[in-house]
Design a protein. Sequence first.
Length: 300
Amino acid sequence: MSESRSGKNDLRIREMKAGSTTTNPKKAAEEIDQYISMMQKKFEKIKNRIMIFSGKGGVGKTFIAASIAMYLSKMGYKVGVYDADETGSVIPFVLGNSDAEIYMEESSGELIPANIKGIQVMSLELMLKEKDSPLIWQGALRTKFILQTLALTRWEDLDFLIFDMPPGTGDEAITISQYVPSPKYAIIVSSPGKLSEGVVRKAVVFLKKMEIPILGIVENMSHYTCDDGSKIEVFGKSYIEEIARDHGIEALGKIPLDERIRESQDKGVPIYELASGSEIDRSLELLAKKIIEKLSSKDL
Ligand SMILES: Nc1ncnc2c1ncn2[C@@H]1O[C@H](COP(=O)(O)OP(=O)(O)OP(=O)(O)O)[C@@H](O)[C@H]1O
């Protein structure tokens, strides 16, 4: 990254820290209105907006978000990823390049997303100079950052913009659900076991309240398939079908546990190359195909 580019990025983040949010309610409302109208224009270029959502952390939401993006891109669609997991951002790494560049174009003041293997990526992680420092931002600042980056990012025409959400129903989830222009959809990621039932229920209620259609639910880390073909339910029984039926949503698939995921991330090689034709490859490809099917029928 050139000095001037990184200097500008750093400046922008410093401005946001220093500026914080205004305490004047009228000014704050005007600011949000301005971001929303800028966002409306920017989103004209984006056909499908999908939030990858989970009620709790550690279920592999980022892995699923990145995989959906990679498989859709492999199928020839134009894909972008917006990293809304500001304080736990790992999506650039999972997509295969934590050193990719985002910069601000001087003449327009617009943010130009990074390009990771043909996927356009907007992530705070790619704008920070000191990658090892934790982000210590309170809710209002995180909300402002999301609104500002969504208002300023110049995406090229996209078939899909995938939002990697942070776990739960906090500030980022509310901001994106409220302000990203419709049509927008959600996919819920869960893991096996009794605990996921209640957590998913909360996610469904949240998304229904926000009037965001749910494309379906994906169960990650569903089982481990041994060399002899037997399956071990490492994290317990699967409840995905029951959960889906209870909430009137579709079960989009079960994604197995596979140690090659870590290897693919460490090497920056997509899982469809590293484990081509395997169960994990087929299950992720099927998931991407189901998403296309759901969106083309719009039978949600
Ligand atoms: N199906 C899988 N098989 C093996 N490892 C997996 C699988 N899914 C995810 N992982 C690994 O589990 C870890 C957590 O995944 P990930 O970061 O995607 O979870 P998350 O739900 O986004 O977490 P957070 O709540 O922190 O945002 C990562 O190391 C990831 O590589």
